[in-house]
Ligand binder design. Structure first.
Ligand code: JHZ
Length: 415
């Protein structure tokens, strides 16, 4: 980021159809970047807060952030490493199998992963003898992946970088993007980049948290500055058509609270049956109408009300409460509900980078998961609710000793 680059830009036009009349339906208030964990010596310094408002485009049905924070603020040194969870491991194995069969992929083909992180997904292709290449803007993660034998180019994926990669590395049969398409400031440029790098018979396979799940399960905490887009399939269908590509498949998966895997062919093709069924469902259930979104913001308000009341009540009974998991989404929940270290004694998290640090904005200390067993608090608020099953199974001892988990979405309850 150069001194001339603005840190925050107010969105003037829809990212997909460029309509100017966007309707803001949810304001989560000024929030720090949700992965900006603090070291002990930083907690007395002023922190940067960024706007977190969400808007709907009545023209194409796109849901998007009203402000775009410069990517360098969030992705240059990145802390999200998916390889630490069994749920993600299993899901990525399934994704690799799907791509190998759908393309189909052989030993001479190249698979490129955009936002390849520590190379976790690409390793699954390497096992099958397929050529792989990672692309990731995070310097720390690109280094880890390269050291582990996954060649990784440290850059953002754009049409310009795609041209250079295609020249130097050849065309790709498959381009993958898990939890990256919703992060890009220009989806048009991303698709043109994919067209540039893909072989003529190639496929782009993207996954992202699905708007329909976000709305149905009130997963408002997955709204944060990293995610610029909250995609339904309807705006994607328009985008794909504009770029003369093919929407060949779309399937729902339970990961990250409900995700959509969308497969786009480089060449134009008829809309696949699964994708058409989802397009019809989105239209019949009102996801192209503003009223649906106004109703959603009332549900978000209710979660804040119910959660803060429950926690205050438990505190007034002298109970000890901690947080379980320090995901980015947890920081949105804590900031929006104004829950800090006066309420949660600490948070436990499996990622070693986060341990010993403090949550941005709310300054709650983070410890390894083992502290839960040693310390035995009364309640643990499941901030990483998307891994509830995996965590509850793992922390059987906590439950047996009388500990209870609290869930906040889709509604506040003690499990
Ligand atoms: P998790 C990420 O969001 C970031 P986050 C990103 N922007 C994105 O798009 C979404 O995912 C989809 C901990 N944990 O994966 C580890 C335990 O402590 O939901 C993590 O800190 N014990 C790319 O940050 C956190 O929970 C466990 O047993 O919201 C989960 O973070 C498990 C399983 C996890 O991502």
């Amino acid at each position: 980021m150069t001194p001339q680059t603005p840190e925050v830009v107010h969105l003037k036009n829809c990212l997909i159809c460029h309509n100017k009349d966007l309707l803001i339906f949810l304001k989560l208030g000024p929030t720090p970047a949700p992965n900006a964990f603090l070291a002990a010596e930083q907690i007395n310094a002023a922190e940067k807060y960024y706007p977190l408002d969400v808007c709907f485009c009545p023209e194409c049905g796109m849901v998007q952030l009203a402000h775009i924070v410069n990517a360098e603020v969030m992705f240059k040194d990145y802390v999200y490493i998916p390889s630490t969870s069994k749920t993600t491991d299993d899901h990525f194995s399934g994704l690799a199998q799907y791509a190998i069969q759908k393309a189909p992929l052989g030993a001479t083909d190249l698979v490129v992963d955009v936002g390849s992180n520590d190379g976790f997904l690409l390793k699954k292709f390497l096992k099958s003898g397929i050529k792989v290449l990672g692309i990731d803007p995070a310097e720390n993660l690109a280094k880890i992946a390269t050291a582990e034998g996954i060649e990784t180019i440290n850059t953002y994926f754009t049409q310009a970088s795609a041209e250079k990669i295609a020249r130097e590395k050849g065309k790709a049969k498959v381009i993958l993007g898990t939890n990256v398409f919703a992060h890009v400031p220009d989806p048009h440029d991303f698709l043109e980049g994919a067209k540039t790098l893909l072989a003529n018979d190639g496929l782009l396979i993207v996954e992202f948290p699905y708007l329909v799940d976000l709305m149905d399960k009130v997963e408002f905490d997955t709204i944060y500055q990293e995610h610029l887009s909250y995609f339904g399939l309807s705006p994607i269908a328009k985008l794909v058509q504009q770029h003369n590509m093919g929407l060949v498949d779309a399937t729902r998966f339970p990961v990250h609270g409900g995700s959509l895997r969308v497969t786009i062919s480089r060449k134009p093709a008829p809309i696949g049956a699964g994708a058409q069924a989802l397009l019809d469902m989105e239209s019949s259930r009102g996801f192209l109408k503003p009223e649906t979104y106004q109703l959603f913001s009332q549900k978000v308000e209710k979660i804040r009300h119910d959660l803060t009341h429950l926690l205050w009540e438990l505190k007034s009974q002298g109970k000890r409460i901690v947080g379980y998991g320090a995901p980015a989404k947890g920081n949105v929940m804590l900031n929006y509900c104004r829950i800090g270290s006066e309420t949660l004694d600490y948070i436990v998290d499996s990622i070693s980078y986060k341990q010993g640090k403090y949550t941005p904005g709310t300054h709650i200390p983070i410890y390894p998961e083992s502290k839960l067993q040693e310390d035995r608090p009364d309640y643990a608020l499941l901030l990483a609710w998307n891994f509830a099953d995996e965590i509850i199974k793992k922390q059987d001892g906590f439950k047996k000793a009388g500990g209870q988990f609290i869930l906040s979405v889709p509604e506040v309850k003690i499990l």
